[in-house]
Design a protein around this ligand. Structure first.
Ligand code: NOJ
Length: 736
């Protein structure tokens, strides 16, 4: 957009274009990149595509500079929730919390704020966002780094996050491509995914990322259909670069590469971190070995040129060739040496901590709190780790309130406002006496709860990346129970306090049946993985300055087996196909405890006046390939609207969700699939219009035989609801 204005404005020279020209043009970027690559010799080009080795630069990943073309050594840094291993950065809410808001604007603002921190620190590439794992396994260790097992929600969140990061001048990296759905044996197992399942579930959000012009994609540790992801010509070259028209570059996950020649010829563009962590020169797959392979013709020089062009084009595309700050911090020296880049980003961090909270249960309107005389606060999840919020490296412990999971998907808390901190501040205003028991000691918790009118019990469940084991959980969770006697703690409190409210910080679904069996549990607040502003976001909801408006981005089942999927010890054949999360519950007729899309409010809403306008025609897509796939796949073919009214007494926001059911002419398909959502903030009595623009993609299935997206003939059902199982309006759309 920036560029297209210049002909009109005439006089403005291109060099005045915003340095963060996130919406640049690929063709201009490629013109510069191929001119630059033409000036380089083989060794220089190999330097651009090969990492300098683990901890040999000042970032998590670095490659070599090419001074003759003005290309500085780029800096690649984790994570999907903020810049890891740096000081003076924001610890944003995790991806899953952002998704839980169902608020595009907030998701975009989070991306923008992360991009500003990336740029401010002189980081070139932020290693996020995540849509692999998508989240097919409820116990999957890294699901919280991503957004949702629903590909549509994940895809929109990918787009908004990438637009934010790249709009601010950083390069984003969509990861981990593809099938990295578990930590167990991630470096040896094969995800055997059928073509239709791949397209309609796991590839879908990556396609949205490509559509958003993501600069880079990280191939994953696992095999896909028997071939390592970073050696896989089908997934890298045919699908990502071919079918999806991806213009950026593919980097390996750290040491996920297993060959020199095959990885190059299969489509890998950048080797990270460049060695296998051992520092032994002969263990480097590219570098001198790639030089030799190009010289002896095993890797065509055109392939090497293409790698370097893709990397340089992405750098030009986001405008990092112009006035980009130099990175001055050292990731390997506590992240010191860089500027403080937090700015006012705590505002969006708090908004997401708050608006991602899902109110699951609120009997007799026990919430919001109305200045209770006394309140018991029970559980270690209410307080900051007594040793400090960053005491455990890469958050490799579960001491104190859970505000991020563990592993590479973390960053340093600049501070942490714990739930207790924020509740204490409000209690002193309200004259509420607090009775504390900030451990999970069951009898101490019961004693505290006895002495108060109401009790808040804090419990959690953690998970993370598999290189770390915490309390016996090797990345993936061992089970779907709260940690450290959480159920027993709740029972002890509920046994003595008639107004027991449970606050849960969790990386993903938990089985809540034990908790719900206590009749004195009158409220459940699902507070997610909220980052540094956790306490403030929670207090906003507990005390009612904001009505809760988050919705579950996954299903909470009554028992683990209801999910129909689980972590497997060997290869995973994905027998469930398209049927993960609510798609499976709907198809199998299983009643969840709390369904996908569920969340209560302090107000109430009514829905009316569904309108469906469609110009969709049946048949395959036929557009030319553009980033994201055939260009027509993303064109709007139907517009749906519905009226939502706030019928209650306080301001609140409703996420009006649109699900479709494909016509019977389509092959076997889920009964409902999310294909739109609109979050409306409404005053009491106010009516708003939820608007959904359905893309051709949203009405299509992947036809394996023709290898095309196809809009089926017939009548689609269109559902508008407050959740996947609370459908308020039903309409239809007929395609000829
Ligand atoms: C491995 C993780 O899978 C990836 O997400 C991360 O970016 C790299 N390590 C670098 O830390």
């Amino acid at each position: 957009m920036q560029l297209s204005l210049f002909p009109i404005l005439g006089l403005i020279p291109l060099s005045l274009a915003a340095p963060s020209a996130g919406a640049g043009s690929w063709s201009a970027a490629y013109a510069k990149a191929s001119a630059a690559v033409a000036k380089l010799n083989i060794t220089e080009k190999v330097g651009i595509v090969t990492g300098v080795g683990w901890q040999k630069g000042n970032c998590v990943g670095n490659t070599s500079p090419a001074p003759s073309i003005g290309y500085r050594a780029p800096c690649l840094m984790d994570s999907p929730l903020g810049v890891r291993y740096a000081q003076g950065v924001t610890a944003f809410p995790a991806g899953i919390q952002a998704a839980s808001t169902w608020d595009r604007t907030l998701i975009n603002e989070r991306g923008t704020a992360m991009g500003q921190e990336v740029r401010g620190l002189g980081v070139n590439v932020l290693l996020g966002p995540v849509c692999g794992p998508l989240g097919k396994n409820a116990r999957g260790g890294r699901n919280w780094e991503g957004f949702s097992p629903d590909p549509y929600l994940a895809g929109i969140a990918m787009q908004e996050t990438i637009n934010g990061i790249q709009g601010a001048g950083g390069q984003a990296c969509a990861k981990h491509y593809i099938g990295n759905e578990q930590e167990l044996n991630r470096g040896s197992m094969s995800a055997n995914i059928g073509d239709r399942t791949l397209h309609e579930l796991y590839l879908w959000p990556f396609a949205d990322a490509v559509k958003a012009n993501v600069a880079s994609v990280m191939c994953s540790y696992n095999k896909v259909n028997g071939t390592y992801s970073c050696e896989n010509k089908h997934t890298m070259t045919e699908v990502l670069k071919g079918e999806l028209g991806f213009k950026g570059y593919i980097m390996s996950d750290w040491n996920a590469q297993t060959t020199t020649i095959n990885s190059a010829n299969s489509g890998l563009d950048m080797s990270m971190p460049g060695d296998d962590y051992s520092g032994i020169p002969s263990h480097i797959y590219w570098g001198p070995k790639l030089v030799a392979s190009v010289e002896n013709g095993s890797v065509p020089e055109s392939r090497l040129n293409n790698m370097a062009e893709r990397i340089l084009a992405s750098w030009y595309y986001v405008g990092q060739d112009k006035n980009y700050p130099l990175d001055t911090f050292d990731a390997w020296n506590n992240g010191t040496g860089g500027p403080d880049v937090q700015d006012d980003h705590k505002v969006v961090a708090r908004a997401i901590a708050r608006d991602g909270i899902v109110l699951l249960k609120n009997d007799d309107k026990v919430l919001p709190l109305h200045k209770p005389k006394s309140l018991a606060i029970v559980g270690y999840d209410a307080i900051t780790n007594p040793d400090g919020p960053n005491a455990c490296t890469d958050r490799n412990c579960d001491n104190g309130t859970l505000a991020m999971g563990w592993g590479s998907g973390t960053d340093q808390f600049p501070y942490l406002v714990s739930p207790l901190d924020a509740i204490q501040a409000q209690a002193s205003k309200d004259n509420t006496k607090l009775v504390l028991s900030t451990s999970n000691d069951v009898s101490a918790g019961g004693n505290a709860a006895k002495q108060a009118d109401m009790a808040l019990v804090f419990i959690n469940a953690d998970s993370g990346e598999g290189y770390i084991t915490v309390e016996g959980n090797a990345g993936d969770r061992n089970d779907l129970n709260p940690w450290n006697n959480g159920n027993e703690l709740v029972a002890a409190v509920a046994a003595v306090n008639k107004k027991t409210i449970v606050v849960i910080h969790s990386v993903g679904p938990l089985i809540l049946e034990s908790i719900l069996s206590n009749k004195n549990v009158v409220g459940i607040v699902w507070a997610g993985i909220p980052g540094q502003e956790t306490g403030n976001g929670l207090a906003d909801v507990l005390h009612g300055s904001t009505s809760p408006s988050g919705k579950l981005p996954y299903t909470i089942a009554k028992q683990p087996s209801d999910y129909g999927t689980d972590i497997v010890p060997g290869d995973d054949n994905y027998p469930e196909g398209l049927y993960i999360d609510y798609r499976h519950f709907d198809k199998a007729g299983i009643t969840p405890r709390y369904e996908f899309g569920f969340g209560l409010s302090y107000t109430s809403f009514s829905f009316s006046r569904l309108s469906v306008r469609s110009s969709a025609t049946s048949g395959p897509t036929h557009g030319s390939t553009a980033p994201g796939g055939p260009s027509d796949l993303y064109s709007t073919v139907a517009t749906v609207t519905a009226q939502v009214k706030n019928t209650g007494k306080v301001t609140g926001a409703e996420v009006a969700q649109l699900y479709i059911d494909l016509p019977s002419s389509a092959p076997d398909h889920p009964p409902k699939q999310l294909r739109g959502f609109d979050k409306l903030q409404l005053r009491p009595g106010q009516t708003g219009t939820a608007t959904y623009e359905l893309r051709k993609k949203d009405l299509s299935y992947w036809d394996v035989a023709s290898q095309k997206w196809v809009v089926p003939k017939g009548t689609f059902k269109v559902y508008i609801g407050a959740s996947s199982r609370n459908i308020k309006l039903t309409g239809s759309l007929t395609v000829h």
